[in-house]
Design a protein around this ligand. Structure first.
Ligand code: PBG
Length: 333
């Protein structure tokens, strides 16, 4: 009896013996160009303040940025994404749309250091508001809530100010309905027709952001973000609706965040919207738990990190925002 697909004629191990053949047939590859390094910028001079919950990551002052940008270029990274810790916070997060704001200073300095390194600007309010929420808070309804439509106008102002300072990509992360359309309209009206939007389209209310909130000093002072970020238990169909709406509003690229517990979402989006650049945000908690385990000698950081990054590419991510960007580029060299 002939079974053409069966053992012993078919032996899948044949392609696994020779390292060169394993490499030859490998479909998923990692390149430094896939990685985007997040950077945290704070006021002051000569500051490199280690972030306790994220070993290997620092809050830096603007004067430290040129060295980071030149390193990103030398390593061949896809780009960097900037997060700012402003000198003062207020109810409406006004530092974020001030042309002299912390991120604007950082963008100008980074652009001057190396114009060819792609600068992504995260557009949100949680780092800039005294209450730590991602928009304007009102209490009209009796319980404090982020006012979606009042926030849209300010998001437009923030995006235009970042573009003016040198941002190459605008990345709204606040999960406000209509944010992509509002930002597109503001950018176009200000003449920034060529600046693309990378939308955090499917961003979940996740416990994996814990360490970032220390890094960006953006912990909400009351409540949580579940009234605007997605429910982790929502079906993949809801993520597809978010993506569909953002694309209709003019998003050029799409992001899923967090990454590792949402591989199914990445896969669903990359299947449905093939051809749309898809980013995955390998968030702070995903990084810090590997760091902690590695510090205890329980796992091999390098091997685990590369395996995780490979999984994200395999699930369909074209770009990965990751705190391992620089390390991974070195490991691959
Ligand atoms: C919000 C924002 C957050 C992250 C990136 N942008 C945090 C949040 O929603 O609370 C988290 C990134 C990470 O955990 O690494 N502007």
């Amino acid at each position: 009896m002939d079974t053409p697909l069966g053992f012993p004629r078919t032996r899948l191990r044949r392609l696994r013996y020779h390292p060169g053949i394993r490499d030859m047939v490998r479909e998923t590859r990692l390149s430094p160009r896939n990685f985007i390094q997040p950077l945290f910028v704070r006021p002051g001079e000569g500051i490199r303040h280690p972030i306790g919950s994220m070993p290997g990551q620092d809050q830096i002052s603007v004067d430290q940025l040129p060295a980071e940008i030149l390193e990103a270029r030398q390593l061949g990274l896809g780009g960097v994404i900037l997060f700012g810790i402003p000198p003062h916070k207020d109810e409406v997060g006004s530092d974020s749309y001030d042309d002299q704001g912390i991120v604007q200073q950082a963008l100008r300095t980074a652009k001057q250091a190396a114009a060819d390194v792609v600068l992504v600007a995260d557009v949100c309010f949680c780092e800039y508001t005294s209450h730590g929420h991602c928009g304007v808070v009102n209490t009209r309804t009796g319980r404090p809530d982020v006012d979606n439509d009042a926030t849209l106008e300010l998001l437009g102002k923030q995006a235009v100010s970042f573009a003016r300072a040198g941002a190459d990509v605008i990345a709204p992360s606040g999960m406000m309905d209509g944010m992509v359309g509002a930002i597109r309209q503001s950018l176009d009206a200000a003449g920034f027709l060529h600046i693309p939007i990378l939308s955090y389209a499917a961003k979940y209310a996740s416990a994996f952001y814990g360490p970032f909130r220390e890094a960006a000093e953006s912990t909400p002072q009351f409540g949580d973000r579940r009234a605007y970020q997605m429910d982790p238990a929502a079906s993949a169909d809801q993520a597809l609706r978010e993506v569909e709406l953002d694309l209709a509003e003019g998003a050029d690229m799409i992001m899923v965040k967090p990454a590792l517990a949402y591989l199914d979402i990445l896969r669903a989006i990359s299947d449905r919207f093939a051809g749309v650049p898809l980013a995955a945000y390998n968030v702070s908690g995903e990084y810090s738990m590997v760091k902690a385990a590695a510090k205890n000698g329980w796992i091999d950081e390098r091997a685990v990190a590369l395996e995780l990054l490979t999984a994200l590419r395999r699930a369909g991510a074209t770009s990965i925002l990751t705190y391992w960007a620089k390390d991974a580029a070195r490991w691959l060299a």
